[in-house]
Design a protein around this ligand. Structure first.
Ligand code: NAD
Length: 492
């Protein structure tokens, strides 16, 4: 039995340390905000360079703490740097003050909108992508002018410390971004500390607890939670590409990916070919704890127990293993397991397994695939393989992210937001939405000319009332008719 990871031996912070760091971040916030977008961009670019120069060492810390192979850790870092670069370069364009149009009734006004930082943002992260996931909140919150207190997972505290140490080294700023270490109690203290927003990434169960705690102070929460993502293969798909994506999507990072492929629905016409390719590809992969293979050990013994129970239940309820089986589990080292004929109400199909496993089910047509995918209580990501109908199939399924004829590529495009629906959470990281997530909109009107017939005054008399009635009748009451005439059919 191979045991590889124990909780790292790092002194954890106490709830009073959290209060101290939040106060320090509060003290620094106005100065960081007043620095403006251009100067913050310089600081964030310097931070990016420092992270890049130290990528190898941060990747080693990540591998050491949570078990992913070094090359996967480097891939995670480059993805994070791409998003950091985008946030720094685009914050002003997305959040800066801009003029917006007025209406017929408000022509005498100049209207502007801008997005201002909340203040201090608490970021609570998971261990599975200990750089990529928290950076989606930290980098975007900082670019928007917030200061940050980050609590990494208790499984990856050194990686969290390394990210913040890099910021402090590159910027010379020691109050703008902090790292506090600890478990759920320290996270809870952060939620109660009076921060102005929490950016949370983790399980749906913890998301619920965080929402309950944050409800006490009406603290807003970004909730990036779990998933049970599906990959759908239509009859006209490039089956080899679909099989390759399914295996990587399910097995990379030892399956410990929120957007991992956990279940596959494949059209019966191509199912034999798909299963043959998946079996060949997944069957040649092995997991190891020493970095010698492309799959590392799983991080938490507790999660291995869930994987084992899902596989046991699937096999006991009529499922068959195409690749591996219970023998694939050796302590925390778990080699790929591919299951088929698993009942749709089994934990292996319904609950997040979070290990290197996948279930495959044959479907008669895409209606059946859509129905089965849509039955999930989660709605994070989705992958569809079809040469002609990928978009049409995807449009019938609820999910925050879709990749057609490729796996998870949306997470690599800096302009695209990332986030979930249903039990997978709400709010978005990355792209313009990710910047706005850490800012509140402030609207402003400036009166350019005082109207002779004021709208918002007790001097408003019958003439203004007449004007309002005319607008109601002529502008809004006739809207359907005018639209029909413009569309050329004359009928509303
Ligand atoms: P987790 O929910 O166990 O822990 C996440 C973080 O919450 C940790 O830092 C933990 O210490 C903290 N925490 C625990 N209890 C808390 C409490 N009561 N109050 C405040 N903080 C508390 O999740 P995990 O095991 O670290 O990560 C795996 C989960 O994260 C999976 O479900 C995965 O799908 C999800 N995830 C989602 C995304 C996404 O973008 N949607 C990305 C990565 C991971």
């Amino acid at each position: 039995m191979t045991q590889v990871h124990a909780r790292p031996d790092v002194a954890f912070d106490s709830p009073s340390d959290v209060i101290r760091d939040v106060q320090s971040a509060r003290w620094a916030q106005k100065r960081w905000q007043d620095m403006g977008f251009a100067k913050r961009r310089k600081v964030l670019d310097a931070w990016r360079s420092d992270l890049a120069r130290n990528a190898d060492s941060i990747a080693r810390t990540m591998s050491d703490e949570m078990g992913k192979p070094h090359s996967d850790a480097m891939f995670e870092i480059v993805m994070s740097l791409e998003h950091l670069a985008w946030a720094a370069a685009n914050a002003e364009k997305v959040l800066g003050r801009r003029k917006v149009a007025t209406s017929a009734l408000t022509k005498n006004l100049r209207a502007t909108v801008e997005y201002l930082p909340y203040g201090v943002v608490g970021v609570i992260g998971p261990w599975n992508y200990p750089v990529f996931t928290p950076m989606g909140s930290i980098a975007f919150a900082l670019a928007a002018g917030n200061t940050v207190v980050f609590k990494p997972s208790e499984w990856t505290p050194r990686t969290g410390q390394a990210i913040i140490a890099s910021f402090q080294r590159a910027s010379g700023e020691f109050d703008v971004a902090h790292c506090v270490t600890g478990g759920g109690d320290v996270g809870e203290a952060l939620c109660r500390s009076g921060v102005d927003k929490i950016g949370f990434t983790g399980s749906t169960a913890t998301g619920r607890k965080i929402l309950a705690t944050c409800a006490e102070n009406l603290t807003p929460v970004l909730c990036e939670c779990g998933g049970k993502d599906a990959l759908v293969v239509d009859a006209d798909a490039d089956v080899a590409a679909a099989a390759d994506a399914a295996v990587w999507g399910a097995m990379s990072n030892a399956g410990q990916t929120c957007l991992a492929v956990e279940r596959v629905y494949v059209h019966a016409d191509v199912a034999d070919e798909f299963e043959r390719l998946v079996t060949a590809e997944a069957g040649r992969l092995r997991a190891a704890a020493d970095g010698s293979t492309q799959i590392g050990a799983m991080t938490m013994p507790r999660q291995v127990d869930i994987v084992r129970s899902h596989v046991e239940d699937a096999l006991a309820s009529g499922g068959r293993a195409l690749v591996g089986g219970l023998d694939s589990i050796d302590g925390q080292v778990v080699s790929p397991i591919v299951l088929t004929d698993v009942p749709e109400d089994s934990p292996a199909v319904v609950e997040e397994t979070f290990g290197p496993t996948m279930t495959i089910r044959r479907v008669a047509d895409m209606d059946e695939a859509v129905r089965l995918v849509e039955a999930s209580e989660y709605g994070l990501g989705l992958t569809v393989f079809s040469r002609r109908n990928g978009r049409a199939i995807a449009d019938r399924i609820t999910s925050g992210n879709v990749a057609i004829n490729g796996f998870v590529l949306h997470a690599a495009v800096p302009t695209l937001p990332l986030g979930g629906t249903k039990q997978s959470g709400f709010g978005r990281v990355h792209g313009p939405d990710g910047l706005r997530e850490f800012a509140y909109s402030r609207s402003c009107t400036e009166t350019l000319v005082q109207l002779p017939l004021p709208l918002t005054s007790f001097r408003r008399g019958p003439k203004v009332d007449q004007l309002i009635s005319t607008v109601i009748e002529q502008v809004h009451g006739r809207a359907g008719k005018v639209r029909a005439l413009l569309d050329g059919n004359g009928k509303p």
